[in-house]
Design a protein around this ligand. Structure first.
Ligand code: FAD
Ligand code: UDP
Length: 388
């Protein structure tokens, strides 16, 4: 499709939000063009085979989960699923701990066997009574008290966000469940699975299924705004950048990823640590809460993908200050960023022919299922509006 040709929808961003909106609108007969400044589709969910042949998630681990049958039904048109029970551990005080905190963690903490009754009584004696936790410190101490909060949450959060948990919205640490039983799954959602061939393959199928859409990569929309002709714009990039930072920059957090691969021979030496042939560490993800370790976590995604390959790859995540040349991976949920976002949102609401969706378009710490839901809802709304 030549650039000068008018499309119905110009969609900025070829991640989950942009591609799903394009597929729905295209299926309704609208012509769509999707742009992305990166050289690949799939946004932050991009996965690829590295030089060792291991399927890795380039921008950090992406564990798909949802409680929404509608979202599973929709995505299942484009992929088969590999069902996984995501499991992680925390490493501090020289050892691996069950995490998220559960009865097993309590037993490891005590150094002896215990019961659910004893654990609940311990929590009742230690947790801080707070009716409505107002920040990320309160949300954890109100469930487990100061000792476990300090061991597993306080320093990790400072390292990840360069902010104290007191300064962060309760929803940040509130994402992590605390359990009374021995359930040590990372997440509790009903549906937990990865697309069998990966996210990039699933999203490529979504494009292939959209005959009225085309994708152009390596293009920064904001640098060439006037080049395009369209009836409606769907913007999934950072909302503050769209408005040329007129109220100032919204805060973001970035991450540097450091990958290391190991051959089958090298892994033999690690077997007593990983407990699993062909693997480097004992779980898909190990968190390092202590501030003297510069990374927050090590991910060995092969545990989750179940890929049958002798080699493996681990990825260390080093949180970083965000600067404009880096990817804005995480919106930073604080009261001041929420206020600033509200000002941008008010501007966005005045734009008749522009929709802002996705993690960056709405400045929300949203997961893939949530942005899928948002894209489906916005596409429905636009189909009604433009079909009338
Ligand atoms: P993105 O994937 O960010 O896509 C937006 C696209 O817009 C980008 O590709 C960008 O290049 C493009 N763009 C921006 N500005 C412009 C412009 N001016 N011109 C052209 N293109 C532009 N979710 C989960 O469900 N489970 C997880 O385990 C999970 N783990 C995560 C771990 C990390 C480290 C991160 C950062 C996120 C994680 N997420 C996870 C969240 C998940 O990545 C997002 O929910 C999802 O990818 C958001 O999709 P999106 O399309 O809204 O945004
Ligand atoms: N967190 C923590 N210790 C951990 C894991 C998480 O303190 O071992 C806090 C931290 O602030 C983190 C937040 O909980 O940013 C959410 O964790 P999650 O694993 O959901 O982070 P994400 O995968 O989104 O980076």
């Amino acid at each position: 499709m030549p650039h000068s040709q008018q499309v119905d929808f110009l969609i900025v961003g070829a991640g989950f939000s942009g591609l799903i909106a394009a597929e729905r609108l295209s299926a309704a007969g609208f012509r769509c063009k999707v742009l992305d400044r990166r050289p690949h589709i799939a946004g932050n969910a991009f996965d690829e085979y590295d030089e060792s042949g291991v399927l890795i998630h380039r921008y950090g681990p992406h564990y798909f989960r949802t409680n929404s049958p509608r979202i599973v039904e929709y995505l299942s048109r484009f992929t088969e699923w590999h069902h996984v029970s995501y499991q992680i551990k925390s490493y501090t005080q020289g050892k691996y701990w069950s995490f998220p905190i559960n009865l097993n963690t309590f037993e490891e903490w005590l150094g002896r066997a215990s019961t659910e009754d004893e654990w609940v009584s311990w929590l009742d004696a230690h947790k801080v009574p707070i009716d409505s936790p107002a920040n990320s410190e309160e949300v954890i101490v109100s469930q487990v008290g100061w000792e476990l909060y300090r061991a597993f949450f306080e320093q990790y959060t400072i390292k990840q966000w360069q902010l104290h948990p007191k300064e962060l919205d309760a929803s940040v640490c509130g994402r992590i469940p605390i359990r009374h039983n021995r359930d040590d799954r990372y997440l509790t959602d009903e549906f937990q699975a990865l697309p069998v061939a990966g996210y990039t393959a699933m999203l490529q199928k979504i494009i292939d299924h959209s005959p009225n859409s085309c994708v152009e990569l390596g293009v920064d929309f904001l640098a060439e705004k006037d080049r395009w002709s369209y009836k409606h714009l769907i913007f999934t990039g950072p909302i503050d950048a769209y408005f040329d930072f007129c109220y100032g920059t919204l805060p973001y957090r970035s991450v540097r990823f450091e990958n290391e691969s190991f051959t089958a021979e090298q892994l033999l030496e690690r077997e007593n640590i990983s407990g699993k042939p062909g693997h480097w560490q004992p779980a898909m993800q190990v968190n390092f809460p202590d501030l003297d370790v510069p990374y927050t976590r090590i991910v060995e995604i092969k545990h989750a993908t179940g890929q049958q390959i002798d080699a493996t790859t681990i990825v260390k995540e080093f949180p970083e200050e965000w600067t404009p040349e880096k990817e804005p991976f995480y919106p930073v949920p604080t009261s001041s960023s929420a206020e600033l976002y509200e000002r941008y949102k008010a501007l966005a609401q005045q734009q008749e022919n522009v929709s802002f969706i996705g993690r960056l378009g709405t400045y929300r710490y949203y997961n893939m299922d949530q942005v899928t839901g948002m894209a489906l809802a916005e596409a429905d709304r636009l189909i009604k509006r433009y079909s009338a």
